[in-house]
Design a protein around this ligand. Structure first.
Ligand code: AHM
Ligand code: MG
Length: 342
């Protein structure tokens, strides 16, 4: 809260950040305000989902072959509508859509491309567990009239901004435009996001690991040994570490950003269709990796920074190890020692 007790709104924070860049046109402020608007609308619907029969499946399957929940579809429609009419995006990719959407001719000169996971962790909706939205914004690289997939298939290192929204006990938007990571909690009484977590920094080492351990027999030798190592008793290093797994990436990553430790979704051999793990590069791993590095942490595929992976396809999956620098380095060391570079 500032001296007058009103707090710093997201709008004011964005405006202040823009003052650092003399070339800023205000375009980016508008983008982030649009993102906040989408988050508020989805938050409202998530909070009343049980009341208005939005829970449950639509009976359809999405591009990943998974069942689509009603709220997934609603959230996708909200993001699409808000972003389409913002005028700043030439192309959009969504977890819910097989193909990217090129926005209409009047927006063809738009300078940005966006990848979204409209409602991540949606299998948790029915049991009142936190869910979230994730977004990743790239500067456009194509030069023609229309945006192209190349605008989206850029390494995370080049992201202009990324963030997520957790719809939990409160709604919080966590954001980076390359100038640190800041969290804003929605005050529903006035409908504004207020800065509640300025300059989030991940501790260099944490004592929590977060992974779906039911996949243990399907992991590589290096990953199995790494997880076994975290469970060993060693008082000098504070092991065994605590286990925390919500099964909702946004909520698990939010805890990891604030408290440290490691969140992971390694590659496994459980499902031959997903040999590279479950999580998607463009709209799950790259934006979370951007936030981790901006907060002083790290994010790796097990063999190098997630942000350096050059995407080959829109719905590509990668193994993911993210959180405190020392924990992530340790994961890489186990993988290098036992799995080699293959
Ligand atoms: P989704 O995009 O279909 O919701 O799946 C992603 C979610 C993540 O939020 C979470 O980290 C992961 O799936 C959990 O997977 P699992 O149930 O295999 O542990
Ligand atoms: Mg998802």
């Amino acid at each position: 809260m500032d001296g007058r007790g009103l707090g710093v709104t997201l709008t004011r924070h964005i405006w202040e950040e823009q003052q650092i860049h003399p070339e800023a046109t205000g375009e980016f402020s508008d983008i982030l305000n649009q993102v906040a608007w989408a988050a508020k609308v989805i938050s409202r619907e998530v909070n009343k989902a049980g009341l208005v029969d939005l829970l449950g499946y639509t009976g359809e399957r999405n591009v990943q072959g998974e069942e689509v929940l009603k709220l997934d579809r609603y959230a996708n429609e909200v993001w699409m509508s808000v972003l389409r009419h913002s005028g700043h995006f030439c192309i959009l990719a969504s977890e819910e859509l097989a193909e990217p959407v090129v926005f209409p001719p009047k927006w063809r000169k738009a300078k940005y491309a966006i990848a979204i996971d409209p409602l991540d962790g949606s299998s948790n909706i029915d049991v009142n567990v936190s869910i979230g939205s994730i977004f990743a914004i790239h500067r456009r690289v194509s030069e023609g009239d229309e945006g192209t997939p190349d605008d989206l298939l850029q390494p995370g290192r080049r992201l202009a901004a990324a963030g997520y929204v957790v719809y939990g006990s409160s709604t919080i938007l966590v954001l980076s435009t390359g100038n640190g990571v800041h969290g804003f909690t929605l005050d529903p009484s006035v409908g504004e996001f207020l800065k509640s977590h300025p300059d989030i920094r991940i501790p260099a080492r944490g004592k929590t690991y977060s992974v779906n351990e039911g996949n243990f027999p399907y992991w590589s030798e290096g990953v199995r040994r790494f997880v076994a190592h975290m469970k060993e008793k060693d008082s000098s290093s504070g092991r065994p570490y605590g286990a925390r797994y919500i099964g909702s990436m946004v909520a698990d990553m939010h805890r990891t950003l604030l408290k440290g430790g490691i969140f992971m979704y390694p590659a496994d051999t459980k499902d031959p269709r997903k040999p590279h793990g479950k999580l998607r590069l463009l709209y799950e791993c790259a934006p979370m990796a951007f936030l981790c590095e901006q907060a002083g942490g790290a994010a790796s595929t097990g063999q190098g920074p997630v942000l350096d992976v050059v995407p080959e396809s829109l719905h590509q999956r990668v193994p993911f190890f993210a959180g405190s620098v020392e924990n992530v380095r340790e994961a890489e060391e186990f993988i290098a020692q036992y799995d080699g570079s293959a």
